[in-house]
Structure formats: structure tokens, C-alpha cells
Design a protein around this ligand. Structure first.
Ligand code: GDP
Ligand code: IMO
Ligand code: MG
Length: 429
């Protein structure tokens, strides 16, 4: 039998590109949907039939009854937040326990990891990362230093393991003189979350995936964050703490590189970033405010203003290279509907040096732009490429030429229905 494939859908810039929406649209084509990295720092929005959901740890394939969803070993999970998220879905009528499996190897985010996140941020003074405060960095640090707790640990002697790790955290916090906090209530909820998680299938998901692929089943790996937030390839140290790139699919799910098929690179028709760190295309003027306003660019997790700017081809090309992107998906095209001119960053400049390659240190670079005419047309009701204005077609062709990668899907609104396939997509059908 022909083995199945793992296709990856990855945010290729600074996150919040619309991964949740497209994973939800793609789910009917797959047997399994799996998250491979990140945790509740993610916020993936899905809108259909007048309903809206923001998922944090649960894969966006969860609305399709017949599909298995997996939280993979590369993820980190906060039991209390997971419980809240899952119970909301259960209340909305989705039976999670039959369709969601959690890797025993995924790491647990403790309440004290979240305090440590705040404490480390406070200690950084001006150089704060601007984290989501969900304990992501401390949990992944502990995974690397081999002191963390994993989901599988809740199956035996858990209270003792928890107490040992918590005591270590409390010592570190005391050493940092960060003692003004009270996690009593949070901890109670967290322990309820542990009990709730026991009702789920906590499994060896890498083995399940291996068997599924051997049976010819296909898997969609749902990225979190974006390439420029990757711990190795992003704008370090202003990044998250996991490998968000396609390489992370293999380690974060336990699937082999030769099982990877399509790599979908998802980006917005413009750029946003939430949190600190270099962002050469950032607009500080009313154009940036206008993009934020029209695009509702406020964080799904923290509600923070997202920083806005024009599309950055330097970042896009770098991400396409690192991930091996085979198809591009352009989101939120409708947000640019009213602009006379649309700018695209084609290079960075600093101290008389111009580069089109992502520099090691992205601090202090200025964007070099090319201008294209806007389409000045409402895209939101369109249902096929034939209806696209010529200026939008030109914008698409311009990006395709610059990146040598086809844009196969164009999104013209937040709803599941506002998704236009430019060519008959023959993958996984
Ligand atoms: P994710 O983290 O990549 O899943 O993206 P988020 O959910 O954090 O952010 C994307 C936001 O854009 C959400 O509010 C979506 O509902 C919205 N969205 C997705 N696609 C489109 C689109 O094509 N047009 C518009 N206007 N909004 C979109
Ligand atoms: P989704 O999956 C956008 C950013 C934070 C911060 C940095 C580190 O919804 O696209 P962390 O809490 O991970 O230690 O924060 O990364 N960040 C995101 N930005 N979308 C996300 O996820 C993000 N997850 C983390 O704002 O700058
Ligand atoms: Mg998001």
C-alpha cells in the first residue's frame, strides 16, 4: 500500500496569518490533524456558520467529526487552559474525547512556569521579548535541561513529581526576588485540569501517526507561531521557544523527513508582528493604523495591538527557503481593498549596505520598497479568481515571480466560505 504523507501548514512570518482558518478548510482532505509545536501562546481563529472559536492548544481540525486530532510531543500544554478551551468546545456540542489524542511526551506548563515567564521578562528591563505570559520559554527551557514534567507523568506518582518541580521553581523565584504573587487559586484549577486530562486518550502519538501513515492515511501538521518567531531562524532573542519551521514537524510529531509532502506557507497580504523585536517594515503612521483598524489586528490571545506594515519579501523568501514551501496561501487580501498604493519591501538597507538576504541581526535595517497600484475593489463577496480585479492579479503575479512559488489560495475574509482556490488543488483528494 502507498504510504500516506504529512503535509505542513506553516505561518511563515510573525504568526497570526490565519492558520486556524485554513487548517479548518483543509481538514476534509485529511485523516489526521496534528499540532507539533507551541502551546497556548497560539490563538487560532475559526469562523463558520456564524460561530467563532479561538483555539490555543487544540488542533483546528477538531470540528470535523470523523477526524483524529493530535497534540504532538513537540507541544507544551497548560492543563487549566486546556480544560477551559476543551470544555467550551464540548459545551458547543463537539465530542472531544473521541477525536483528540494527546502525546504522553508533550511537556506540561506549570503555574510556576508562568510566574517564571513574568519574572524573566521583568528582569530583562528594556529588552523584554513581550511574551504571551503563558510560560512557554520556561517550559521549553526545562525540557532542554531535562527537568520538565511530561503529560505521561500524570499517570503515576504525579503529586510528588509536581511538588519537587514546584519547589525548585519557588527557589529560583526567591533567588530572583520575585515573590509578590499568589497562585493558590490558579493551582487549584490547574490540578482540576490534570484530572480532566486523565479523561482523554494520552497516547504514544508518534506510533499512532506511524501506523496511520503506513495504512496510507494523510496527516495535516498545523503550525503555530511563524518562521520569524522560530527559536533558530527567527529574530532571536525576540522569538518563541520552539521550532516552528517544517523541520519542527519531524521532531514535534515523530515523523520522518521523507514522509513530508506539501509545505503550505501562509502569509498575510501585508505584515504584522505582536511583541517586541526588529520589524523593518513597521509603519508608525496613519497607514499602519488603517491596516490595524481594517484588519482588526489585535492579538487573539493577549488583545495587544499588532504592529503593522507592508509585505516583506526578504522575510518571505527566507521562510520559503527554510521551510521548503511548495505552495503559498495569501490571507487577508480584503484588508488592502481601499488603498491607492500597495508597497512591498524588496530589500533591507543599513549604513549604505543593501541586502535581499535575511541578515543575522535584523535590528536597525530600513525597508526598501517598490510600489504597486491598489485594486480599490471590495473582494469580500468574491468566490472565484475570475472576479479578481487586474491589480490584485498583478499583485499575486508579482509575489509569485519574486518568490518562485505559486499562490494557490487567496483569502478574502475571515469566514470559512471566503477562501478562493486559484487552481484546482489536487493534493490529498
Ligand atoms: P492564526 O494564529 O494564524 O490562526 O491567525 P489568528 O486567528 O491569530 O489571526 C487571524 C485573524 O484574521 C483572525 O481574526 C481571523 O478571523 C482573521 N482572518 C483570517 N483570514 C482572513 C481574511 O482573509 N480576511 C480578513 N479580513 N480576516 C481574516
Ligand atoms: P499563532 O500560532 C503571534 C510571540 C509573542 C512574543 C514571542 C514570544 O497564533 O500565530 P512566547 O509567549 O511564545 O514566549 O512569546 O512570540 N508569539 C506570537 N505572535 N502569533 C502567535 O501564535 C504567537 N505566539 C507567540 O507575542 O513576541
Ligand atoms: Mg494567532
Amino acid at each position: 500500500m502507498k504510504k500516506g504523507k504529512v503535509d505542513a501548514l506553516l505561518g511563515i512570518v510573525f504568526g497570526d496569518e490565519g492558520k486556524g482558518k485554513v487548517v479548518d478548510c483543509f481538514t476534509p482532505r485529511y485523516d489526521v490533524v496534528a499540532r507539533f509545536a507551541g502551546g497556548p501562546n497560539a490563538g487560532h481563529t475559526i469562523i463558520f456558520e456564524g460561530k467563532k472559536f479561538v483555539l490555543r492548544s487544540i488542533p483546528s481540525g477538531i470540528f470535523d467529526e470523523g477526524k483524529l486530532n493530535i497534540i504532538g510531543n513537540g507541544c507544551v500544554i497548560a492543563p487549566d487552559l486546556f480544560m477551559q478551551e476543551a470544555q467550551e468546545l464540548e459545551a458547543a456540542g463537539y465530542d472531544l474525547k473521541s477525536r483528540l489524542h494527546i502525546s504522553k511526551r508533550a511537556h506540561l506548563i506549570l503555574p510556576t512556569h508562568r510566574v517564571l515567564d513574568r519574572a524573566y521578562e521583568a528582569a530583562k528591563g528594556k529588552n523584554k521579548v513581550g511574551t504571551t505570559g503563558k510560560g512557554i520559554g520556561p517550559t521549553y527551557s526545562e525540557k532542554a535541561s531535562r527537568t520538565g514534567l511530561r503529560v505521561g507523568d500524570i499517570l503515576a506518582d504525579f503529586q510528588q513529581k509536581y511538588a519537587t518541580l514546584k519547589a525548585r521553581h519557588m527557589q529560583v523565584l526567591q533567588d530572583l526576588h520575585y515573590t509578590d504573587f499568589d497562585i493558590t487559586e490558579e493551582e487549584k484549577l490547574w490540578m482540576q485540569g490534570i484530572e480532566y486530562m486523565r479523561e482523554f486518550q494520552l497516547t504514544d502519538t508518534e506510533i499512532e501517526l506511524g501506523k496511520a501513515l503506513a495504512e496510507g492515511k494523510n496527516v495535516l501538521a498545523e503550525g503555530a507561531q511563524g518562521t520569524m518567531l522560530d527559536i533558530d531562524h527567527g529574530t532571536y532573542p525576540f522569538v518563541s521557544s520552539s521550532n516552528t519551521v517544517s523541520g519542527g514537524v519531524c521532531t514535534g510529531l515523530g515523523v520522518a523527513p521523507n514522509s513530508i509532502g506539501e509545505v503550505f506557507g501562509i502569509f498575510k497580504a501585508y505584515s504584522t508582528r505582536v511583541g517586541s523585536g526588529p520589524f523593518p517594515v513597521e509603519l508608525f503612521d496613519e497607514t499602519g493604523d488603517k491596516i490595524r483598524e481594517i484588519g482588526h489586528e489585535y492579538g487573539a490571545v493577549t488583545g495587544r495591538n499588532r504592529r503593522c506594515g507592508w509585505l516583506d519579501l526578504v522575510a518571505l523568501k527566507y521562510a520559503i527557503m527554510i521551510n521548503g514551501v511548495t505552495q503559498l496561501i495569501m490571507m487577508k487580501s480584503d484588508v488592502l481593498d481601499t488603498f491607492d498604493t500597495i508597497r512591498v519591501c524588496v530589500a533591507y538597507q543599513k549604513d549604505g549596505v543593501t541586502t535581499t538576504d535575511m541578515p543575522y541581526d535584523t535590528e536597525g535595517w530600513q525597508a526598501v520598497y517598490e510600489d504597486l497600484p491598489g485594486w480599490k475593489t471590495d473582494l469580500t463577496q468574491m468566490t472565484s479568481e475570475a472576479q479578481f480585479p487586474q491589480q490584485l492579479k498583478d499583485y499575486i503575479t508579482y509575489i509569485e515571480k519574486a518568490t518562485s512559488t505559486p499562490i494557490t489560495i487567496v483569502s478574502v475574509g475571515p469566514d470559512r466560505a471566503q477562501t478562493i482556490e486559484r487552481m484546482a488543488l489536487d493534493f490529498r483528494l
